[in-house]
Design a protein around this ligand. Structure first.
Ligand code: ADP
Ligand code: MG
Length: 636
């Protein structure tokens, strides 16, 4: 290899450097994983070339058989992982080895805590990849040439992992990549072929390409021994695959550092034949919230890798599922466009979705603790399901877990709720709010707490949207307790009903006065049946957008037509009773406005004019204290 004198030295992207430091420190106890990452990259590179060569067989040149080779040199203290895959151009090397092209890297780094054990887990979730080389090496040299390029378009990339790297053109007769690690002084174990063979068994048995090593003396240097199984794991019969192999394969396909929670391996024969190997990860990847995030299922056709991120294979609400689909029937030249309305793909997809949903339901039933992890990690994503997948809505509803007035934890299933419903209860009651705390302390709950009627408490961003897509569960309709007039038939008995009506009829004058005082600011004033402790609350009509959702839209910068609320007053509250005695009309307006503002505040809302609220409140307080100290006395 001869270099051209065009060496450039560049700085690592700031994020890359930070990540690198962290990785070296936090992953030291797992240091042999570098080999898994390098072999995994080599395998990806072979996959990519095989795919590109489908339309351009010339790319193979005279080297059609993929292989990954591991060599070491005890004298130079180096270990090299070589592949004859797609290779990298100089631009590729700069783009892929000097920067981290993952969206959300910044946020990821901000989430680091400085607590080693936690950060290790976070780093795993981010995906360690190529940089793990620097755990054991103080210098890394990558020599590569892209398959389509000519011999003089090779590149040498070098770095000590300390902040800069260099790239330089080089002549390289063959395509593919050699990654050479100059091992740190103490890392002798990786210079032992038997130790290496053992690591490869652990980490690379499932890799579909042969990983080769040499064990003989120098005169036989051309003989390579394949040290892994080198067959596509998902094509082997289930009974022959060990759990450990499934787990290792997961780490490779999912670019994850941790073990999966569960997997489903199925072979389908019939009208069409295909294999699916689907994994449920143990932890949400850092970019799960990005609906366009890159990882999804991999698509293979007849064992040939076709593409990552085959979005059409899983709906967005199951985007946390990892693994692959290998079809025997799709054409090898299938394009993303073709996938879109492909009948074969659609049927694979709907079968896979059902498999996942059934597996989750079974897990929820048989292994509730495991399912609790699924819910904590992916519940917010699954909640997109009822809106996105109407066909499977009932299946998805069964998977939902809620907090409720019975449980702070999100563990209540709709079946649990139904089982606890009161005898004549007609609805599944729920409340959406900004947080669990706000929901728990909501004044809307007064009546329900008093009657010991369970209310589901929803406070995730997606909840409001989800609820707009759910009408009923097993013939019971959902009803927001913050909306509409409560249909109390099922909640209170006749005597109580009568007493309430009587009370309301005694205060119609007050209701009218408040309505006049708040003219234009509210839709109506009513005597409330849902309040016990609070003096007032605001209520929307059944089909209004909830105030919580209105706020979310507003904070996202959308103009929302604000529906005017109904003000409900608690006729038994001393403050409200006190108002009946107010003769000064200006003061009465202040009181009324106070009731409205307090209702908005305690619902979690914002006042249009907070300063005005404070002014009114203070002047009322001054009045009251004057009255108390013998100043102004209000006489009936
Ligand atoms: P990931 O594999 O998750 O993409 P890595 O850090 O392992 O992340 O690798 C970064 C990128 O560097 C790869 O996506 C690929 O573009 C490039 N790369 C790494 N190793 C090789 C290789 N052996 N051949 C070709 N490209 C490679
Ligand atoms: Mg990788």
């Amino acid at each position: 290899m001869s270099t051209v004198a065009d060496k450039q030295t560049m700085d690592f992207q700031a994020e890359a450097r930070q990540l690198l430091d962290l990785m070296i420190h936090s992953l030291y106890s797992n240091k042999e994983i570098f080999l898994r990452e390098l072999v995994s990259n080599a395998s990806d590179a072979c996959d990519t070339l095989r795919f590109e060569a489908l339309g351009k067989p010339d790319l193979y040149g005279d080297d059609p058989d993929f292989r990954i080779r591991i060599t070491f040199d005890p004298e130079k203290h180096t270990i090299t992982v070589s592949d004859n895959g797609i290779g990298m151009s100089k631009e590729d090397a700069v783009a892929h080895l000097g920067t981290i092209a993952k969206s959300g890297t910044q946020e990821f780094l901000k989430s680091l805590t400085g607590d080693q054990a936690k950060d290790v887990r976070l780093i795993g979730q981010f995906g360690v990849g190529f940089y793990s080389s620097f755990i054991v090496a103080d210098k890394v040299t990558v020599v590569s040439r892209k398959a389509a390029d000519s011999a003089d378009q090779g590149v040498v990339w070098k770095s000590d992992g300390k902040g800069t790297y260099s790239v330089e053109s080089v002549t390289r007769p063959t395509r593919g990549t050699d990654v050479t690690l100059h091992l740190k002084k103490d890392e002798k174990e990786f210079l032992d072929p038997y130790r290496l063979r053992h690591i490869i068994h652990t980490y690379a048995d499932h890799i579909a390409f042969p990983v080769e090593m040499q064990f003989e003396e120098k005169d036989k240097k051309d003989e390579w021994e394949t040290v892994n199984r080198a067959s596509a794991l998902w094509q082997r019969p289930k009974s022959e695959i060990k759990d450990e192999e499934y787990k290792e394969f997961y780490k490779h396909v999912a670019h994850d550092f941790e073990e999966p929670l569960a997997w489903l391996h199925n072979r389908v024969e019939g009208k069409q034949s295909y294999t699916t190997l689907l994994y449920i990860p143990g932890r949400a990847p850092f970019d799960l919230w990005d609906r366009d995030h890159p990882h999804g299922l991999k698509l293979y056709v007849k064992r040939v890798f076709i593409m990552d991120d085959a979005k059409h294979l899983m709906p967005a609400y199951l985007r946390f599922v990892r693994g692959l689909v290998d079809s025997d029937d799709l054409p090898l030249n299938v394009s993303r466009e073709l996938l879109q309305q492909n009948k074969l793909i659609n049927s694979i997809r709907s079968a896979s979705v059902k498999r996942i949903l059934n597996a989750l339901a079974k897990m929820a039933d048989k292994e509730p603790e495991k399912y609790a992890t699924v819910w904590t990690q992916f519940g917010k994503v699954i909640k997109e399901g009822p809106g996105e997948d109407t066909v499977n809505r009932d299946r998805i509803l069964k998977l939902l877990r809620f907090s409720s007035t019975n449980s702070d934890e999100q563990t209540v299933s709709l079946a649990d709720y139904l089982a606890r419903m009161k005898k004549d209860q007609k609805y599944i009651y729920y409340l959406t709010s900004d947080s669990l705390n706000a929901a728990k302390n909501s004044s809307y709950l007064g009546l329900f707490r008093g009657k010991d009627i369970e209310v589901l408490l929803l406070y995730d961003r997606v909840d409001e949207w989800m609820m707009s897509h759910i009408e009923e569960y097993q013939d019971k309709k959902f009803k927001s307790i913050a909306k509409g007039e409560l249909d109390l038939d099922d909640l209170i008995d006749e005597d109580e009903q009568k007493a309430r009506e009587k009370l309301a009829s005694q205060h119609t004058g007050l209701v009218e006065r408040i309505k006049t005082a708040l003219n234009g600011k509210i839709k109506d004033v009513r005597v409330s049946h849902r309040l016990t402790d609070a003096p007032s609350c605001v209520v929307l009509e059944d089909h209004d957008m909830s105030m919580h959702l209105q706020r979310m839209f507003k904070s996202a910068g959308h103009e929302v037509p604000l529906g005017k609320p109904v003000l409900e007053i608690n006729i038994e509250h001393p403050l409200v009773l006190r108002m009946e005695e107010e003769t000064d009309e200006d003061r009465f307006v202040d009181w009324s406005q106070l009731l409205l503002d307090q209702a908005i505040l305690s619902e979690g809302g914002e006042l249009d004019d907070p300063a005005d609220y404070v002014k009114r409140l203070n002047s009322l307080l001054v009045d009251l204290s004057d009255a108390g100290s013998g100043g102004r006395i209000i006489v009936d």
